[in-house]
Design a protein around this ligand. Structure first.
Ligand code: SAM
Length: 261
């Protein structure tokens, strides 16, 4: 036997119109009981929204972190809209490195030359001076760090058509430039000397630009692996690491320097 008052399900579900003050009071009590449940529903929603916001922030942050999910995703989207793998050297002749970037928008968002060499840094002005003597003589140029391929394209445009432009990067989603036989992307970790040596073989570089991992240990490991492959007249340039100093005994008479822009 259940009385009407004793049956909670009936009390909650049965619609009733407050006909007396007592009924109205009972209605208020029931509404109050429902209140925590409503609040709980909102807080779950808020929780989900917060989680989504955190995931979005994490994703945006990981775009900045090399090899993070967002980074690789952004690389793939970039490649889909910028067919860098289709690139081939233009017939244009440029008087300097800066002249190539003069008309193109600068920075990572640039369609033609996605590189930070002229946007975040002023490296192109330095290269105008340092690389001028090599423009028509360099045969093999290596850039450590391909990323979106802007610097490899830059070198391909600057040096003679006969020059070969090599890029090394740990990230397999980097552009491969398969259409241009004078551009080669090598996917490896430049920290690993035996991999670098196996990839380089007898190749000798006139210019090596280290714009790769930017940590002291990695710069040093890359140096040990690649410096023996530098031509005696060559130049080895390290970008973005102000504390790195090349001992003269390592350089063995070849030009070596570092700088930070
Ligand atoms: C600053 S970006 C290179 C930008 C490019 N040189 C340009 O100017 O357009 C650095 C690149 O170094 C690569 N990298 C980081 N650590 C590396 C490593 N240990 N070996 C090879 N590449 C590495 C990253 O994948 C990234 O693409």
């Amino acid at each position: 036997m259940h009385s009407r008052r004793g049956d909670p399900s009936r009390r909650n579900n049965a619609p009733r119109s407050p006909t007396s003050p007592a009924d109205a009071e009972l209605g208020d009590l029931e509404a109050e009981k429902d209140e925590p449940r409503k609040r709980q529903r909102w807080s779950v929603r808020t929780w989900i929204l917060s989680l989504a916001a955190c995931l979005l922030l994490l994703f945006l942050f990981s775009i900045k972190v090399e090899f993070g999910f967002g980074y690789v995703f952004a690389q793939c989207v970039f490649k889909a809209y910028h067919p860098l793998d289709e690139y081939r050297k233009s017939g244009d002749i440029y008087p300097s490195v800066s002249a190539i970037l003069e008309k193109a928008p600068k920075g990572w968002g640039s369609v033609d030359f996605p590189t930070d060499k002229a946007s975040l840094h002023n490296y192109t002005q330095i290269y105008d001076v340092l690389l001028a003597p090599y423009q028509h003589t360099a045969r093999n140029v290596l850039e450590i760090g391909i990323k979106k391929g802007g610097s490899m394209k830059l070198w391909r445009e600057f040096f003679d058509a006969s020059a070969f432009i090599y890029g090394m990067d740990i990230d397999p989603s980097c552009p491969t430039f398969t259409r241009d036989a004078h551009m080669k992307s090598i996917i490896l970790d430049t920290n690993v000397r035996k991999d670098v040596e196996a990839a380089v073989g007898d190749l000798r570089f006139d210019i090596i630009v280290d714009d790769g991992c930017h940590t002291n240990t990695c710069i040093w490991n890359s140096w040990k692996a690649l410096f023996p492959s530098l031509e005696p007249h060559g130049v080895y340039l390290v970008e973005d690491y102000p504390k790195f100093r090349v001992e003269s005994s390592w350089a063995d008479g070849k030009i070596a320097m570092d700088f930070h822009g």
